[in-house]
Write a protein that binds this ligand. Structure first.
Ligand code: ADP
Length: 611
Protein backbone atom coordinates (compact mmCIF):
# COMPACT_ATOMS: atom_id res chain seq x y z
CA UNK A 1 0.00 0.00 0.00
CA UNK A 2 2.79 2.38 0.98
CA UNK A 3 3.87 2.96 -2.59
CA UNK A 4 6.35 5.74 -3.14
CA UNK A 5 5.42 8.15 -5.93
CA UNK A 6 8.38 8.78 -8.23
CA UNK A 7 9.41 12.41 -8.57
CA UNK A 8 8.71 12.49 -12.32
CA UNK A 9 5.19 11.12 -11.72
CA UNK A 10 4.41 13.48 -8.88
CA UNK A 11 1.95 16.33 -9.00
CA UNK A 12 4.79 18.48 -7.72
CA UNK A 13 6.82 17.82 -10.85
CA UNK A 14 3.81 18.22 -13.13
CA UNK A 15 2.92 21.64 -11.74
CA UNK A 16 6.55 22.79 -11.95
CA UNK A 17 6.84 21.45 -15.50
CA UNK A 18 3.68 23.26 -16.53
CA UNK A 19 5.02 26.50 -15.09
CA UNK A 20 8.31 26.08 -16.90
CA UNK A 21 6.72 25.12 -20.21
CA UNK A 22 4.45 28.16 -20.05
CA UNK A 23 7.43 30.31 -19.22
CA UNK A 24 9.64 28.89 -21.99
CA UNK A 25 6.91 29.14 -24.60
CA UNK A 26 6.18 32.73 -23.53
CA UNK A 27 9.85 33.62 -23.68
CA UNK A 28 10.12 31.98 -27.10
CA UNK A 29 7.19 33.88 -28.51
CA UNK A 30 8.16 37.19 -26.93
CA UNK A 31 11.79 36.64 -27.95
CA UNK A 32 10.96 35.84 -31.57
CA UNK A 33 8.65 38.80 -31.83
CA UNK A 34 11.06 41.12 -30.07
CA UNK A 35 14.14 40.07 -32.05
CA UNK A 36 12.39 40.27 -35.40
CA UNK A 37 11.01 43.71 -34.51
CA UNK A 38 14.38 44.87 -33.24
CA UNK A 39 16.05 43.66 -36.43
CA UNK A 40 13.47 45.35 -38.55
CA UNK A 41 13.69 48.73 -36.87
CA UNK A 42 17.47 48.71 -36.52
CA UNK A 43 18.13 47.76 -40.14
CA UNK A 44 15.42 50.05 -41.54
CA UNK A 45 16.67 53.01 -39.56
CA UNK A 46 20.23 52.19 -40.64
CA UNK A 47 19.11 52.13 -44.28
CA UNK A 48 17.23 55.37 -43.90
CA UNK A 49 20.25 56.96 -42.29
CA UNK A 50 22.53 55.74 -45.07
CA UNK A 51 20.09 56.80 -47.78
CA UNK A 52 19.90 60.21 -46.21
CA UNK A 53 23.63 60.54 -45.81
CA UNK A 54 24.17 59.50 -49.42
CA UNK A 55 21.65 61.97 -50.75
CA UNK A 56 23.17 64.65 -48.48
CA UNK A 57 26.63 63.84 -49.82
CA UNK A 58 25.33 63.94 -53.39
CA UNK A 59 23.73 67.27 -52.76
CA UNK A 60 26.90 68.68 -51.10
CA UNK A 61 29.14 67.40 -53.90
CA UNK A 62 26.57 68.74 -56.44
CA UNK A 63 26.89 72.20 -54.88
CA UNK A 64 30.68 72.00 -55.17
CA UNK A 65 30.49 70.87 -58.78
CA UNK A 66 27.91 73.45 -59.70
CA UNK A 67 29.94 76.22 -58.17
CA UNK A 68 33.08 75.22 -59.96
CA UNK A 69 34.04 77.36 -62.80
CA UNK A 70 34.12 75.69 -66.09
CA UNK A 71 37.55 74.64 -66.99
CA UNK A 72 38.67 74.48 -63.39
CA UNK A 73 41.40 72.04 -63.07
CA UNK A 74 40.60 68.46 -62.06
CA UNK A 75 42.90 68.40 -59.09
CA UNK A 76 41.36 71.46 -57.52
CA UNK A 77 37.94 70.10 -58.01
CA UNK A 78 38.99 66.78 -56.60
CA UNK A 79 40.45 68.29 -53.48
CA UNK A 80 37.27 70.37 -52.92
CA UNK A 81 35.18 67.23 -53.14
CA UNK A 82 37.70 65.44 -50.90
CA UNK A 83 37.14 68.23 -48.43
CA UNK A 84 33.40 67.51 -48.42
CA UNK A 85 34.02 63.84 -47.82
CA UNK A 86 36.43 64.57 -45.00
CA UNK A 87 33.80 66.66 -43.28
CA UNK A 88 31.36 63.88 -43.47
CA UNK A 89 30.28 61.63 -40.53
CA UNK A 90 32.01 58.35 -41.37
CA UNK A 91 30.35 56.12 -38.76
CA UNK A 92 29.60 52.68 -40.20
CA UNK A 93 30.82 53.77 -43.59
CA UNK A 94 33.42 51.57 -45.25
CA UNK A 95 33.94 53.30 -48.50
CA UNK A 96 32.92 56.54 -50.15
CA UNK A 97 33.55 57.20 -53.81
CA UNK A 98 32.60 60.21 -55.95
CA UNK A 99 32.87 60.19 -59.75
CA UNK A 100 32.32 62.88 -62.31
CA UNK A 101 30.24 62.66 -65.45
CA UNK A 102 33.09 60.97 -67.22
CA UNK A 103 33.22 58.22 -64.59
CA UNK A 104 36.57 59.42 -63.31
CA UNK A 105 37.01 59.07 -59.56
CA UNK A 106 36.98 62.54 -58.04
CA UNK A 107 37.53 61.54 -54.41
CA UNK A 108 37.35 58.65 -51.96
CA UNK A 109 37.37 58.33 -48.17
CA UNK A 110 40.59 56.38 -48.16
CA UNK A 111 43.42 58.69 -47.27
CA UNK A 112 45.89 56.29 -48.73
CA UNK A 113 43.58 55.57 -51.58
CA UNK A 114 44.19 58.85 -53.28
CA UNK A 115 45.88 56.71 -55.86
CA UNK A 116 42.43 55.91 -57.14
CA UNK A 117 41.66 59.58 -57.71
CA UNK A 118 41.85 60.43 -61.37
CA UNK A 119 41.42 56.85 -62.37
CA UNK A 120 38.43 55.41 -64.16
CA UNK A 121 35.81 54.05 -61.85
CA UNK A 122 35.57 50.29 -61.99
CA UNK A 123 32.23 49.85 -60.05
CA UNK A 124 29.57 49.04 -62.61
CA UNK A 125 26.69 50.09 -60.33
CA UNK A 126 28.23 53.54 -60.03
CA UNK A 127 28.68 53.96 -63.74
CA UNK A 128 24.93 53.48 -64.24
CA UNK A 129 24.23 56.87 -62.58
CA UNK A 130 21.03 55.47 -61.18
CA UNK A 131 19.79 55.59 -57.62
CA UNK A 132 20.65 52.32 -55.92
CA UNK A 133 19.96 51.24 -52.30
CA UNK A 134 20.85 47.62 -51.91
CA UNK A 135 22.25 45.12 -49.41
CA UNK A 136 24.94 42.89 -50.79
CA UNK A 137 27.51 40.39 -49.64
CA UNK A 138 31.10 41.44 -50.20
CA UNK A 139 34.15 39.37 -50.97
CA UNK A 140 34.70 38.72 -47.20
CA UNK A 141 31.23 37.22 -47.00
CA UNK A 142 30.02 40.10 -44.92
CA UNK A 143 26.79 41.96 -45.43
CA UNK A 144 27.27 45.52 -46.78
CA UNK A 145 24.84 48.25 -47.80
CA UNK A 146 25.45 49.94 -51.14
CA UNK A 147 24.11 53.45 -51.86
CA UNK A 148 24.56 55.11 -55.25
CA UNK A 149 23.17 58.51 -55.86
CA UNK A 150 23.57 60.56 -59.10
CA UNK A 151 24.65 64.19 -58.86
CA UNK A 152 22.33 66.11 -61.03
CA UNK A 153 22.08 69.66 -62.20
CA UNK A 154 19.88 71.42 -64.64
CA UNK A 155 22.46 70.67 -67.30
CA UNK A 156 22.35 66.96 -66.62
CA UNK A 157 24.43 64.38 -64.79
CA UNK A 158 27.46 65.85 -63.03
CA UNK A 159 28.52 62.52 -61.62
CA UNK A 160 27.53 60.13 -58.84
CA UNK A 161 28.34 59.24 -55.20
CA UNK A 162 28.86 55.76 -53.86
CA UNK A 163 28.73 54.73 -50.20
CA UNK A 164 29.38 51.22 -48.92
CA UNK A 165 28.37 50.84 -45.30
CA UNK A 166 28.77 48.10 -42.71
CA UNK A 167 25.38 46.40 -42.04
CA UNK A 168 27.10 43.44 -40.47
CA UNK A 169 27.89 45.45 -37.36
CA UNK A 170 24.16 46.20 -36.99
CA UNK A 171 23.40 42.50 -37.18
CA UNK A 172 26.11 41.82 -34.63
CA UNK A 173 24.53 44.42 -32.39
CA UNK A 174 21.14 42.69 -32.74
CA UNK A 175 22.72 39.29 -32.00
CA UNK A 176 24.30 40.72 -28.88
CA UNK A 177 20.94 42.05 -27.71
CA UNK A 178 19.31 38.68 -28.51
CA UNK A 179 22.06 36.92 -26.57
CA UNK A 180 21.47 39.16 -23.56
CA UNK A 181 17.77 38.53 -23.88
CA UNK A 182 18.17 34.78 -24.00
CA UNK A 183 20.68 34.58 -21.22
CA UNK A 184 18.36 36.69 -19.08
CA UNK A 185 15.53 34.35 -20.03
CA UNK A 186 17.63 31.38 -19.03
CA UNK A 187 18.34 32.89 -15.62
CA UNK A 188 14.62 33.70 -15.32
CA UNK A 189 13.79 30.09 -16.24
CA UNK A 190 16.13 28.71 -13.60
CA UNK A 191 14.71 31.05 -10.98
CA UNK A 192 11.19 30.20 -12.02
CA UNK A 193 11.95 26.46 -11.84
CA UNK A 194 12.99 26.96 -8.25
CA UNK A 195 9.96 29.17 -7.54
CA UNK A 196 7.63 26.76 -9.35
CA UNK A 197 8.96 23.80 -7.40
CA UNK A 198 8.58 25.71 -4.17
CA UNK A 199 5.05 26.87 -5.01
CA UNK A 200 3.95 23.46 -6.23
CA UNK A 201 5.48 21.88 -3.16
CA UNK A 202 3.48 24.15 -0.94
CA UNK A 203 0.39 22.97 -2.81
CA UNK A 204 1.28 19.31 -2.92
CA UNK A 205 2.64 19.06 0.60
CA UNK A 206 -0.85 19.04 2.22
CA UNK A 207 -2.04 16.69 -0.53
CA UNK A 208 0.85 14.35 0.18
CA UNK A 209 0.09 14.46 3.90
CA UNK A 210 -3.55 13.64 3.18
CA UNK A 211 -2.46 10.77 0.94
CA UNK A 212 -0.30 9.28 3.69
CA UNK A 213 -3.06 9.80 6.23
CA UNK A 214 -5.62 8.16 3.93
CA UNK A 215 -3.32 5.17 3.62
CA UNK A 216 -2.97 4.96 7.40
CA UNK A 217 -6.76 5.13 7.76
CA UNK A 218 -7.09 2.38 5.16
CA UNK A 219 -4.72 0.28 7.26
CA UNK A 220 -6.90 0.85 10.31
CA UNK A 221 -4.86 3.52 12.10
CA UNK A 222 -7.23 6.40 12.82
CA UNK A 223 -5.11 8.16 15.40
CA UNK A 224 -3.24 10.69 13.22
CA UNK A 225 -4.57 14.01 11.98
CA UNK A 226 -3.65 16.02 8.87
CA UNK A 227 -1.92 19.34 9.64
CA UNK A 228 -4.04 22.30 8.51
CA UNK A 229 -1.79 25.12 7.23
CA UNK A 230 -4.04 28.07 6.43
CA UNK A 231 -7.49 28.99 5.28
CA UNK A 232 -7.45 28.06 1.60
CA UNK A 233 -9.38 25.30 -0.15
CA UNK A 234 -6.68 22.75 0.60
CA UNK A 235 -6.84 23.55 4.29
CA UNK A 236 -10.60 23.14 4.20
CA UNK A 237 -10.12 19.83 2.47
CA UNK A 238 -7.67 18.87 5.21
CA UNK A 239 -10.18 19.86 7.90
CA UNK A 240 -12.92 17.85 6.21
CA UNK A 241 -10.49 14.96 5.97
CA UNK A 242 -9.81 15.15 9.71
CA UNK A 243 -13.53 15.22 10.44
CA UNK A 244 -13.99 12.26 8.12
CA UNK A 245 -11.36 10.19 9.88
CA UNK A 246 -12.82 11.17 13.26
CA UNK A 247 -16.20 9.94 12.08
CA UNK A 248 -14.71 6.72 10.74
CA UNK A 249 -12.94 6.20 14.04
CA UNK A 250 -16.17 6.74 15.99
CA UNK A 251 -18.11 4.42 13.70
CA UNK A 252 -15.37 1.83 13.88
CA UNK A 253 -15.31 2.10 17.68
CA UNK A 254 -19.04 1.70 17.99
CA UNK A 255 -18.98 -1.23 15.54
CA UNK A 256 -16.18 -2.77 17.56
CA UNK A 257 -18.15 -2.28 20.78
CA UNK A 258 -21.23 -3.75 19.13
CA UNK A 259 -19.23 -6.73 17.93
CA UNK A 260 -17.70 -7.23 21.38
CA UNK A 261 -21.14 -7.07 22.93
CA UNK A 262 -22.41 -9.60 20.44
CA UNK A 263 -19.35 -11.76 21.03
CA UNK A 264 -19.78 -11.71 24.78
CA UNK A 265 -23.50 -12.45 24.44
CA UNK A 266 -22.65 -15.39 22.17
CA UNK A 267 -19.85 -16.58 24.45
CA UNK A 268 -21.97 -16.53 27.58
CA UNK A 269 -25.02 -18.07 26.02
CA UNK A 270 -25.94 -21.45 27.42
CA UNK A 271 -27.13 -22.49 23.98
CA UNK A 272 -24.74 -23.23 21.15
CA UNK A 273 -24.93 -20.85 18.21
CA UNK A 274 -23.54 -21.40 14.72
CA UNK A 275 -23.83 -18.79 11.98
CA UNK A 276 -23.06 -19.63 8.36
CA UNK A 277 -22.99 -17.83 5.05
CA UNK A 278 -25.49 -18.62 2.31
CA UNK A 279 -23.49 -21.66 1.22
CA UNK A 280 -23.63 -23.15 4.68
CA UNK A 281 -19.99 -22.46 5.50
CA UNK A 282 -19.50 -21.72 9.19
CA UNK A 283 -18.51 -18.13 9.93
CA UNK A 284 -19.12 -17.85 13.65
CA UNK A 285 -19.45 -20.48 16.33
CA UNK A 286 -19.64 -19.87 20.08
CA UNK A 287 -17.92 -21.70 22.92
CA UNK A 288 -21.01 -23.66 23.94
CA UNK A 289 -21.50 -24.98 20.40
CA UNK A 290 -17.81 -25.95 20.25
CA UNK A 291 -17.97 -27.88 23.50
CA UNK A 292 -21.31 -29.53 22.61
CA UNK A 293 -19.89 -30.71 19.29
CA UNK A 294 -16.50 -31.48 20.80
CA UNK A 295 -14.47 -29.56 18.24
CA UNK A 296 -12.15 -26.59 18.12
CA UNK A 297 -12.84 -23.26 16.53
CA UNK A 298 -10.16 -23.89 13.87
CA UNK A 299 -11.82 -27.13 12.85
CA UNK A 300 -15.26 -25.54 12.66
CA UNK A 301 -14.76 -22.22 10.88
CA UNK A 302 -14.81 -22.64 7.11
CA UNK A 303 -16.36 -26.09 7.36
CA UNK A 304 -19.84 -26.90 6.05
CA UNK A 305 -22.50 -26.96 8.75
CA UNK A 306 -23.82 -30.23 7.32
CA UNK A 307 -20.46 -31.93 7.83
CA UNK A 308 -20.12 -30.38 11.26
CA UNK A 309 -23.45 -31.79 12.43
CA UNK A 310 -22.77 -35.00 10.49
CA UNK A 311 -26.07 -34.82 8.61
CA UNK A 312 -24.66 -34.43 5.10
CA UNK A 313 -26.03 -37.81 4.05
CA UNK A 314 -29.59 -37.12 5.09
CA UNK A 315 -29.95 -33.43 4.39
CA UNK A 316 -29.02 -30.95 1.72
CA UNK A 317 -28.73 -27.30 2.57
CA UNK A 318 -31.81 -26.56 0.49
CA UNK A 319 -33.87 -29.16 2.33
CA UNK A 320 -32.63 -27.86 5.63
CA UNK A 321 -33.70 -24.34 4.75
CA UNK A 322 -37.01 -25.18 3.15
CA UNK A 323 -38.37 -27.98 5.29
CA UNK A 324 -36.55 -28.38 8.54
CA UNK A 325 -36.90 -26.12 11.48
CA UNK A 326 -35.89 -28.50 14.28
CA UNK A 327 -33.58 -31.48 14.25
CA UNK A 328 -32.77 -34.02 16.97
CA UNK A 329 -29.18 -35.30 16.81
CA UNK A 330 -27.95 -38.26 18.81
CA UNK A 331 -24.27 -37.60 19.41
CA UNK A 332 -23.92 -40.27 22.12
CA UNK A 333 -20.57 -41.99 22.07
CA UNK A 334 -21.96 -45.13 23.67
CA UNK A 335 -25.00 -46.38 25.55
CA UNK A 336 -23.43 -45.44 28.83
CA UNK A 337 -25.37 -42.81 30.64
CA UNK A 338 -22.45 -40.39 31.06
CA UNK A 339 -21.55 -40.61 27.37
CA UNK A 340 -25.02 -39.83 26.15
CA UNK A 341 -25.56 -36.58 24.31
CA UNK A 342 -28.74 -35.62 22.52
CA UNK A 343 -28.81 -32.25 20.80
CA UNK A 344 -31.75 -30.33 19.47
CA UNK A 345 -30.81 -28.01 16.62
CA UNK A 346 -33.09 -25.19 15.65
CA UNK A 347 -32.45 -23.61 12.23
CA UNK A 348 -33.48 -20.20 11.02
CA UNK A 349 -32.63 -18.29 7.90
CA UNK A 350 -31.03 -14.88 7.75
CA UNK A 351 -32.90 -12.84 5.17
CA UNK A 352 -32.19 -9.39 3.89
CA UNK A 353 -35.03 -6.93 3.32
CA UNK A 354 -34.90 -7.81 -0.36
CA UNK A 355 -35.68 -11.41 0.54
CA UNK A 356 -32.20 -12.58 -0.37
CA UNK A 357 -31.05 -15.39 1.92
CA UNK A 358 -27.72 -14.29 3.34
CA UNK A 359 -27.08 -17.14 5.75
CA UNK A 360 -28.27 -19.56 8.32
CA UNK A 361 -28.28 -19.58 12.11
CA UNK A 362 -28.39 -22.82 14.03
CA UNK A 363 -29.14 -22.79 17.77
CA UNK A 364 -28.11 -25.96 19.59
CA UNK A 365 -29.64 -27.06 22.90
CA UNK A 366 -28.47 -29.97 25.00
CA UNK A 367 -31.69 -31.95 25.52
CA UNK A 368 -30.02 -35.12 26.83
CA UNK A 369 -31.59 -34.80 30.29
CA UNK A 370 -35.00 -33.93 28.87
CA UNK A 371 -34.91 -36.83 26.45
CA UNK A 372 -33.69 -39.18 29.14
CA UNK A 373 -36.51 -38.16 31.49
CA UNK A 374 -38.98 -38.58 28.67
CA UNK A 375 -37.54 -42.00 27.91
CA UNK A 376 -37.65 -43.01 31.57
CA UNK A 377 -41.25 -41.87 31.82
CA UNK A 378 -42.19 -44.00 28.82
CA UNK A 379 -40.31 -46.99 30.21
CA UNK A 380 -41.90 -46.49 33.61
CA UNK A 381 -45.46 -46.54 32.24
CA UNK A 382 -44.68 -49.65 30.22
CA UNK A 383 -43.03 -51.29 33.24
CA UNK A 384 -45.95 -50.50 35.56
CA UNK A 385 -48.44 -51.95 33.06
CA UNK A 386 -46.27 -55.02 32.61
CA UNK A 387 -45.71 -55.53 36.35
CA UNK A 388 -49.42 -55.24 37.10
CA UNK A 389 -50.47 -57.47 34.23
CA UNK A 390 -48.42 -60.46 35.43
CA UNK A 391 -50.14 -60.92 38.84
CA UNK A 392 -53.52 -60.02 37.34
CA UNK A 393 -53.18 -62.66 34.62
CA UNK A 394 -52.19 -65.31 37.10
CA UNK A 395 -55.03 -64.31 39.46
CA UNK A 396 -57.49 -64.39 36.61
CA UNK A 397 -56.53 -67.92 35.64
CA UNK A 398 -56.89 -69.17 39.25
CA UNK A 399 -60.24 -67.42 39.73
CA UNK A 400 -61.38 -68.78 36.37
CA UNK A 401 -60.46 -72.32 37.45
CA UNK A 402 -62.25 -71.84 40.77
CA UNK A 403 -65.39 -70.51 39.09
CA UNK A 404 -65.37 -73.38 36.67
CA UNK A 405 -65.75 -75.84 39.53
CA UNK A 406 -62.43 -76.01 41.33
CA UNK A 407 -64.05 -74.26 44.35
CA UNK A 408 -65.70 -77.60 45.12
CA UNK A 409 -62.39 -79.38 45.26
CA UNK A 410 -61.37 -79.17 48.90
CA UNK A 411 -57.78 -79.87 48.20
CA UNK A 412 -57.17 -77.47 45.31
CA UNK A 413 -59.47 -74.61 46.27
CA UNK A 414 -57.59 -73.35 49.38
CA UNK A 415 -54.32 -73.55 47.49
CA UNK A 416 -55.72 -71.53 44.61
CA UNK A 417 -57.13 -68.97 46.99
CA UNK A 418 -53.78 -68.71 48.76
CA UNK A 419 -52.00 -67.96 45.51
CA UNK A 420 -54.63 -65.36 44.63
CA UNK A 421 -54.15 -63.76 48.01
CA UNK A 422 -50.39 -63.72 47.60
CA UNK A 423 -50.70 -62.09 44.20
CA UNK A 424 -53.12 -59.51 45.61
CA UNK A 425 -50.66 -58.80 48.40
CA UNK A 426 -47.89 -58.38 45.87
CA UNK A 427 -49.99 -55.95 43.89
CA UNK A 428 -50.88 -53.97 47.00
CA UNK A 429 -47.18 -53.88 47.94
CA UNK A 430 -46.27 -52.68 44.51
CA UNK A 431 -48.95 -50.04 44.47
CA UNK A 432 -47.90 -48.86 47.91
CA UNK A 433 -44.32 -48.66 46.69
CA UNK A 434 -45.44 -46.73 43.63
CA UNK A 435 -47.45 -44.38 45.80
CA UNK A 436 -44.40 -43.85 48.00
CA UNK A 437 -42.28 -43.08 44.97
CA UNK A 438 -44.83 -40.76 43.51
CA UNK A 439 -45.06 -38.89 46.82
CA UNK A 440 -41.30 -38.58 46.88
CA UNK A 441 -41.36 -37.33 43.28
CA UNK A 442 -43.92 -34.65 44.00
CA UNK A 443 -42.13 -32.99 46.87
CA UNK A 444 -39.00 -34.40 48.32
CA UNK A 445 -38.33 -32.47 51.50
CA UNK A 446 -41.89 -31.52 52.40
CA UNK A 447 -42.89 -35.15 52.84
CA UNK A 448 -40.15 -35.83 55.39
CA UNK A 449 -41.10 -35.92 59.06
CA UNK A 450 -37.71 -35.07 60.45
CA UNK A 451 -36.68 -35.62 64.05
CA UNK A 452 -33.43 -35.90 65.94
CA UNK A 453 -32.61 -39.55 66.49
CA UNK A 454 -29.64 -41.55 67.62
CA UNK A 455 -28.78 -43.26 64.36
CA UNK A 456 -26.76 -46.00 66.08
CA UNK A 457 -29.73 -46.90 68.16
CA UNK A 458 -32.02 -46.87 65.18
CA UNK A 459 -29.83 -49.29 63.28
CA UNK A 460 -29.54 -51.54 66.33
CA UNK A 461 -33.30 -51.57 66.62
CA UNK A 462 -33.77 -52.68 62.99
CA UNK A 463 -31.00 -55.26 63.20
CA UNK A 464 -32.44 -56.72 66.39
CA UNK A 465 -35.62 -57.46 64.46
CA UNK A 466 -33.64 -59.24 61.77
CA UNK A 467 -31.78 -61.21 64.45
CA UNK A 468 -35.11 -62.38 65.74
CA UNK A 469 -36.07 -63.56 62.22
CA UNK A 470 -32.86 -65.58 61.77
CA UNK A 471 -34.41 -68.65 63.35
CA UNK A 472 -37.46 -68.52 61.07
CA UNK A 473 -35.33 -68.51 57.89
CA UNK A 474 -34.45 -71.70 56.06
CA UNK A 475 -30.90 -70.63 55.38
CA UNK A 476 -28.33 -69.85 58.00
CA UNK A 477 -26.88 -66.41 58.27
CA UNK A 478 -25.18 -64.26 60.84
CA UNK A 479 -25.50 -60.52 61.26
CA UNK A 480 -22.29 -58.82 62.40
CA UNK A 481 -22.25 -55.28 63.68
CA UNK A 482 -19.17 -53.09 63.38
CA UNK A 483 -20.20 -49.76 64.85
CA UNK A 484 -18.39 -46.67 65.95
CA UNK A 485 -18.43 -46.13 69.70
CA UNK A 486 -20.05 -42.75 69.50
CA UNK A 487 -23.71 -42.08 69.40
CA UNK A 488 -24.52 -40.47 66.11
CA UNK A 489 -27.34 -37.96 66.33
CA UNK A 490 -28.97 -36.99 63.06
CA UNK A 491 -32.14 -35.27 61.93
CA UNK A 492 -34.01 -37.78 59.78
CA UNK A 493 -37.45 -39.17 58.96
CA UNK A 494 -37.29 -42.29 61.12
CA UNK A 495 -40.00 -44.31 59.36
CA UNK A 496 -38.53 -43.72 55.93
CA UNK A 497 -34.99 -44.45 57.07
CA UNK A 498 -36.16 -47.71 58.69
CA UNK A 499 -37.80 -48.58 55.37
CA UNK A 500 -34.48 -48.01 53.59
CA UNK A 501 -32.44 -50.07 56.06
CA UNK A 502 -35.10 -52.80 55.96
CA UNK A 503 -34.94 -52.91 52.21
CA UNK A 504 -31.16 -53.15 52.08
CA UNK A 505 -31.09 -55.81 54.80
CA UNK A 506 -33.89 -57.75 53.07
CA UNK A 507 -32.00 -57.64 49.78
CA UNK A 508 -28.82 -58.84 51.50
CA UNK A 509 -30.72 -61.84 52.86
CA UNK A 510 -32.79 -62.39 49.67
CA UNK A 511 -29.85 -62.44 47.31
CA UNK A 512 -27.64 -64.62 49.55
CA UNK A 513 -29.16 -68.03 48.82
CA UNK A 514 -26.50 -69.85 50.84
CA UNK A 515 -26.71 -67.55 53.83
CA UNK A 516 -23.39 -66.37 55.22
CA UNK A 517 -22.31 -63.34 57.21
CA UNK A 518 -23.97 -59.99 56.73
CA UNK A 519 -21.72 -57.25 58.05
CA UNK A 520 -23.33 -53.97 58.98
CA UNK A 521 -20.89 -51.12 59.53
CA UNK A 522 -21.46 -47.66 60.87
CA UNK A 523 -18.67 -45.13 60.78
CA UNK A 524 -18.44 -41.40 60.91
CA UNK A 525 -16.25 -39.13 58.83
CA UNK A 526 -15.66 -35.44 59.22
CA UNK A 527 -19.18 -34.52 58.09
CA UNK A 528 -20.85 -37.77 57.04
CA UNK A 529 -22.22 -40.93 58.57
CA UNK A 530 -21.44 -43.94 56.41
CA UNK A 531 -23.73 -46.90 56.85
CA UNK A 532 -22.95 -50.06 54.89
CA UNK A 533 -24.30 -53.58 54.52
CA UNK A 534 -22.05 -56.29 53.05
CA UNK A 535 -23.29 -59.75 52.14
CA UNK A 536 -21.67 -62.87 50.76
CA UNK A 537 -24.38 -63.55 48.21
CA UNK A 538 -24.83 -63.52 44.45
CA UNK A 539 -23.31 -60.16 43.83
CA UNK A 540 -24.25 -57.88 40.98
CA UNK A 541 -22.63 -57.97 37.52
CA UNK A 542 -20.54 -54.86 36.80
CA UNK A 543 -22.76 -53.67 33.97
CA UNK A 544 -25.88 -53.70 36.18
CA UNK A 545 -24.29 -52.03 39.17
CA UNK A 546 -25.30 -48.53 38.16
CA UNK A 547 -28.85 -49.49 37.28
CA UNK A 548 -30.05 -51.42 40.32
CA UNK A 549 -31.38 -48.14 41.73
CA UNK A 550 -33.60 -47.60 38.66
CA UNK A 551 -37.30 -48.28 38.97
CA UNK A 552 -38.27 -51.87 38.16
CA UNK A 553 -34.69 -52.79 37.37
CA UNK A 554 -33.79 -56.31 38.40
CA UNK A 555 -30.64 -58.21 37.57
CA UNK A 556 -32.32 -61.59 37.39
CA UNK A 557 -36.02 -60.94 36.79
CA UNK A 558 -37.27 -64.46 37.46
CA UNK A 559 -35.39 -64.85 40.71
CA UNK A 560 -36.33 -61.39 41.97
CA UNK A 561 -39.99 -61.96 41.20
CA UNK A 562 -39.87 -65.35 42.85
CA UNK A 563 -38.52 -63.60 45.94
CA UNK A 564 -41.58 -61.35 45.86
CA UNK A 565 -39.61 -58.27 44.96
CA UNK A 566 -41.20 -55.35 43.14
CA UNK A 567 -37.99 -53.88 41.73
CA UNK A 568 -38.89 -50.59 43.42
CA UNK A 569 -37.16 -51.03 46.80
CA UNK A 570 -33.79 -49.54 45.88
CA UNK A 571 -35.44 -46.81 43.78
CA UNK A 572 -37.42 -45.73 46.86
CA UNK A 573 -34.27 -45.99 48.99
CA UNK A 574 -32.43 -43.72 46.60
CA UNK A 575 -35.21 -41.12 46.68
CA UNK A 576 -35.34 -41.19 50.50
CA UNK A 577 -31.58 -40.85 50.88
CA UNK A 578 -31.53 -38.07 48.28
CA UNK A 579 -34.28 -36.24 50.16
CA UNK A 580 -32.06 -36.37 53.25
CA UNK A 581 -29.22 -34.78 51.28
CA UNK A 582 -27.22 -38.01 51.28
CA UNK A 583 -26.13 -40.51 48.67
CA UNK A 584 -26.44 -44.23 48.07
CA UNK A 585 -24.25 -46.54 46.02
CA UNK A 586 -23.19 -50.13 45.69
CA UNK A 587 -20.01 -52.11 45.19
CA UNK A 588 -20.06 -55.75 44.21
CA UNK A 589 -18.19 -58.74 42.91
CA UNK A 590 -20.27 -61.28 41.11
CA UNK A 591 -20.79 -64.49 43.15
CA UNK A 592 -18.74 -63.05 46.01
CA UNK A 593 -21.15 -60.55 47.48
CA UNK A 594 -22.23 -56.94 47.45
CA UNK A 595 -21.89 -53.91 49.69
CA UNK A 596 -24.50 -51.18 49.76
CA UNK A 597 -23.45 -47.80 51.18
CA UNK A 598 -25.46 -44.90 52.46
CA UNK A 599 -23.81 -41.58 53.29
CA UNK A 600 -25.82 -39.08 55.33
CA UNK A 601 -24.75 -35.55 56.19
CA UNK A 602 -23.77 -35.26 59.81
CA UNK A 603 -22.64 -32.48 62.12
CA UNK A 604 -20.79 -33.94 65.12
CA UNK A 605 -22.11 -32.57 68.44
CA UNK A 606 -20.46 -32.74 71.78
CA UNK A 607 -22.18 -35.62 73.53
CA UNK A 608 -22.57 -33.85 76.87
CA UNK A 609 -24.59 -31.24 75.04
CA UNK A 610 -27.46 -33.68 75.16
CA UNK A 611 -27.06 -34.82 78.69
P1 ADP B 1 -36.40 -56.12 44.46
O1 ADP B 1 -37.68 -55.87 45.07
O2 ADP B 1 -36.44 -56.87 43.19
O3 ADP B 1 -35.40 -56.66 45.41
P2 ADP B 1 -34.76 -53.76 44.61
O4 ADP B 1 -34.94 -52.41 44.05
O5 ADP B 1 -34.65 -53.88 46.08
O6 ADP B 1 -35.88 -54.67 44.01
O7 ADP B 1 -33.44 -54.33 43.98
C1 ADP B 1 -33.23 -54.28 42.62
C2 ADP B 1 -32.37 -55.39 42.11
O8 ADP B 1 -31.05 -55.25 42.60
C3 ADP B 1 -32.76 -56.73 42.58
O9 ADP B 1 -33.73 -57.27 41.72
C4 ADP B 1 -31.47 -57.52 42.52
O10 ADP B 1 -31.29 -58.03 41.23
C5 ADP B 1 -30.43 -56.48 42.78
N1 ADP B 1 -29.95 -56.52 44.20
C6 ADP B 1 -30.32 -55.72 45.19
N2 ADP B 1 -29.64 -55.99 46.32
C7 ADP B 1 -28.81 -57.03 46.05
C8 ADP B 1 -27.85 -57.79 46.80
N3 ADP B 1 -27.58 -57.53 48.08
N4 ADP B 1 -27.15 -58.77 46.14
C9 ADP B 1 -27.39 -59.00 44.83
N5 ADP B 1 -28.29 -58.34 44.09
C10 ADP B 1 -28.99 -57.36 44.67
Amino acid sequence: MQKRVRFFQSVNFKIALTFILILVISIEIIGAYFISNLENTTITSFYNDMNQRTSALASNVGTVLNNSESGENFDDLSSEVQQVINNMNMTDIIEVRVINAESTILATNETSGTSLVGQKNDYAVLNDFDVLNEQQVDENNERVYINVYPIQSNAGNLGAVYIRSNVESQYAEISKTAFIFFSASLIAAVISIIVALWVSRSITQPIEEMRLHAMRVANGDYSGRVQVYGKDELSQLGESFNQLSERIEETQDSMEAERNRLDSVLTHMTDGVIATDRRGTVITINETALSLLGITSEEAVGESILTLLNIQEDYSLRRLLEETKDLLLDRSESDRRENQLILKVNFSMLRRESGFISGLVAVIHDVTEQERTEQERREFVSNVSHELRTPLTSMRSYIEALSEGAWQDEEVAPQFLKVTLEETDRMIRMINDLLDLSRMDVGTTTTLQREFVNFTELVNFVLDRFDMMVSSQEKEYVIRREFTQRNLWVEIDTDKMIQVIDNIMNNAIKYSPDGGTITVRLIETHNNIIFSVSDQGLGIPRKDLGRVFDRFYRVDKARARAQGGTGLGLAISREVVKAHGGSIWAESQENRGSTFYIALPYEPYEEDWWE
